[in-house]
Write a protein that binds this ligand. Structure first.
Ligand SMILES: [Zn+2]
Length: 94
């Protein structure tokens, strides 16, 4: 039986997770970020907030948690998550 948490399905992806298991939509997911400590008493006050990354099917709205987490530092709360290279310029050939 799948673990359910507010309609969020926790699943373990295989080599990739780009197709909705529920409806078969295969073009990837929206993402949403939930405070991972929400509702829990935090024994240690951390400077970093940790967020669970949820994947949401754009087609059927199913929500999946594949175990992704991310954190923001207080300094650069808007420079978040999946940034690849924000302050580096790519070397140009030629
Ligand atoms: Zn779906």
């Amino acid at each position: 039986m799948a673990a359910e948490n507010e309609g969020i399905q926790v699943i373990k992806p295989g080599t990739e997770f780009s197709t909705c298991p529920k409806c078969g939509y295969a073009k990837g997911f929206h993402s949403a970020y939930l405070d991972a400590s929400a509702g829990k008493p935090t024994p240690v006050k951390s400077t970093k907030k940790v967020y669970r990354v949820l994947l949401i099917c754009p087609e059927c709205g199913a929500q999946y948690d594949i175990g992704l987490k991310t954190s923001l530092s207080e300094d650069c709360a808007q420079v978040v998550t999946v940034s690849m290279s924000c302050d580096k310029t790519l070397p140009k050939s030629g």
